[in-house]
Design a protein. Structure first.
Lengths: 290, 326
């Protein structure tokens, strides 16, 4: 029994990481109506940025996190302003194919610079620390921290989207970009700002990923798929939905792996397909597809 | 449509090329035949993806799923049931079509861009299921050399080449004929505006379904053929995303939504590989950067650039109002 509870707890905490993967994707879909195929590779890029900061430059971990978030946010603004914005507004084909190209460029560049080896960062004793709740139920401290940071940052984003002036522009642009422009919203700038927040979430996701486990340059596509599954399970455009989606996915994978180590990832995909089958709009949908 | 002189020249060149390739076993070296097989099989895959993404508006990132199923059709029907490898190819097409029809109700729940990643998940499910099936040797893979044991090397090479020709030229011709038919007109209408097409009485769902199933069959048949040449089937190479990445590069560079695009793209792809393959990552980075530039500045690829200056089409499938310009 305790083993199963531990499995579920691990799954829920893994879901916290997946929610971080998904939040950035949810923002870029929600505001720009753009599916970023390079999303997973950007997460891995952030992981390698953390490796450079923490292992090569020997910066303190907390400082590295802040630095990676700032660097990726700036890159995100630039990429949206200079590249992605040029492809938006027409059909879905151009942004999708553009980011497909970008995903390969990022992946192969990481491979060229860092080789195909798996890597990690040393975060000290917190990496293996656990917190015993009694009755043989243990909670990993690092996964718990990741979950809490994920929840806090998603709460902050939710507040920003629902309550702030900037959030109102985001929602207006998402609903009807042309009308929002008529009302004086600078669409290109709004898209770039949304990408700043998406990239900040990508940065957090990448840093926590490499703190929790190892990464290699080719890991991006799998992260994209998990992020996407969490978004669809949670419901399009809903930030809290990404948490629910991440948790469903994490628990499904944890239970699958418990039954047979080969079935973990498959169980996650099957949970996703099952939810798509019975509830295609996801658990908490807010954005309608156009 | 009125006769279109360049198209006639193209048709003549096409027939000559087909005859030349078909007679390769009598005049070419084995290494060139192998290269021809690879080029034609790649062309077949690219045409299938172009049909899906360029004409059907179905951006699939999951075609590797059907390539892999084709490869495993070879394991099941060829290796385990003892069928001749070359007879397995049409069966593989059937397997691909069936699988596509089975997953269609699921993936078509995802509209537009989400369809892309949904198909990818399906391909991953295929891979993971196959990798966990003991009767096809699971993750470690299996040799299919036995399926072509009885044949002489020359017969095997010729049959492989002719099948590759049938798939590569056949895919091009099939898409061409489709686009000149009423169905093709409906297909392009659906891509350009689903809502308007529906209001004109086009059965949008049925057309998309048909394209999805046909492309899956094409990819599965090509998959079976490709793995006859490789002689070893394992889940990771069979269901590798690289198959779809290759189709994507070729179609985008050549010109998405044009019939000539995949042909031009295949030529460019193999030329670039010849020059840059030794450089490893640099080769793929180059391809990635080229496709990004094309998506930013020349949406219709190299063929679109050509059409800007010269109005000659090799495969005239566009319908024009009024008298033709040439």
């Amino acid at each position: 029994m305790a083993e199963w509870i531990n499995t579920i707890v691990q799954g829920v905490l893994l879901g916290g990481l997946y929610a971080l993967f998904a939040a950035g994707l949810s923002i870029s879909f929600g505001v720009m109506r753009m599916i970023n195929i390079a999303h997973g590779d950007m997460i891995i890029l952030a992981s390698y940025a953390a490796i450079v900061g923490a292992s090569y430059l020997k910066l303190p971990m907390l400082f590295t996190v802040v630095l990676v978030v700032l660097v990726l946010s700036a890159l995100g603004y630039g990429a949206q302003r200079l590249v992605f914005n040029r492809t938006l507004g027409g059909d879905l084909l151009r942004p999708l194919l553009l980011t497909f190209g970008l995903s390969i460029v990022i992946r192969e560049s990481l491979q060229a610079v860092f080789s195909a080896d798996v890597r990690s960062v040393d975060v000290g004793p917190i990496a293996t620390a656990t917190w015993n709740l009694g009755a043989q139920i243990n909670i990993g401290v690092l996964p718990l921290v990741v979950m809490l940071v994920g929840l806090a940052s998603i709460a902050a984003l939710q507040w920003l989207f629902a309550r702030s002036r900037m959030g109102r522009s985001f929602r207006a642009t998402s609903d009807d970009a042309d009308t929002a422009s008529l009302m004086g919203v600078d669409r290109k700038h709004i898209y770039a700002l949304a990408m700043v927040f998406a990239s900040a979430m990508v940065a957090l996701a990448g840093v926590f990923l490499v703190m929790r486990t190892t990464v290699s340059p080719t890991d991006g596509p799998a992260r994209l798929i998990y992020a996407f599954e969490a978004v669809i399970i949670g419901g399009l455009g809903s930030l809290w939905g990404t948490v629910a989606g991440g948790v469903v996915l994490g628990v499904a994978q944890a239970i699958g792996s418990r039954l047979d180590p080969g079935w973990g990832i498959l169980a996650g995909h099957l949970a996703f397909l099952a939810i798509l089958w019975v509830r295609p709009q996801g658990l908490f949908p807010t954005t309608r597809e156009r | 449509m009125k006769p279109h002189p360049p198209a006639r020249i193209a048709a003549a060149i096409g027939v000559l090329a087909i005859v030349a390739v078909a007679s390769m076993p009598w005049w070419a070296e084995r290494s060139s035949i192998h290269l021809a097989v690879e080029i034609l099989a790649t062309l077949a895959l690219a045409q299938m993806w172009n049909l899906l993404a360029g004409y059907g508006g179905l951006l699939s990132v999951g075609q590797q799923g059907f390539v892999g199923l084709g490869a495993y059709a070879l394991v099941v029907f060829g290796l385990q049931m003892g069928l001749n490898a070359f007879l397995v190819i049409p069966l593989a097409g059937l397997v691909g079509a069936l699988a596509a029809a089975l997953v269609a109700p699921l993936v078509f729940r995802l509209g537009g861009a989400h369809f892309a990643i949904g198909t990818w998940v399906v391909a991953e499910v295929f891979r993971l299921v196959v990798a966990n099936l003991p009767f096809v040797s699971g993750g470690s893979g299996v040799s299919v050399a036995k399926t072509v044991m009885g044949m002489s090397a020359a017969t095997r090479t010729s049959l492989t080449l002719w099948w590759a020709l049938a798939l590569g030229a056949g895919a091009t011709l099939a898409v061409y004929l489709l686009l000149r038919s009423r169905w093709g007109l409906a297909l392009v209408a659906v891509r350009d505006s689903e809502r308007a097409s529906r209001s004109l009485g086009i059965r949008v769902g049925r057309i998309k379904w048909a394209v999805w199933v046909a492309a899956a069959a094409g990819c599965a048949m090509t998959g079976a053929l490709l793995f006859i040449t490789k002689l070893r089937v394992a889940p990771d190479p069979a269901f590798s995303i690289d198959w779809t990445t290759t189709m994507f590069f070729i179609v985008v560079i050549g010109g998405i939504g044009t019939l000539e695009g995949p042909i031009i793209g295949t030529i460019v792809y193999f030329l670039l590989r010849q020059w840059l393959a030794d450089l490893g990552s640099v080769y793929l980075i180059t391809l990635g950067v080229i496709t990004m530039l094309i998506m930013l500045f020349f949406e219709r690829g190299l063929w679109g650039l050509w059409l800007r200056w010269v109005r000659w089409e090799l495969f005239p499938v566009r319908r024009r109002l009024g008298p033709p310009r040439t």
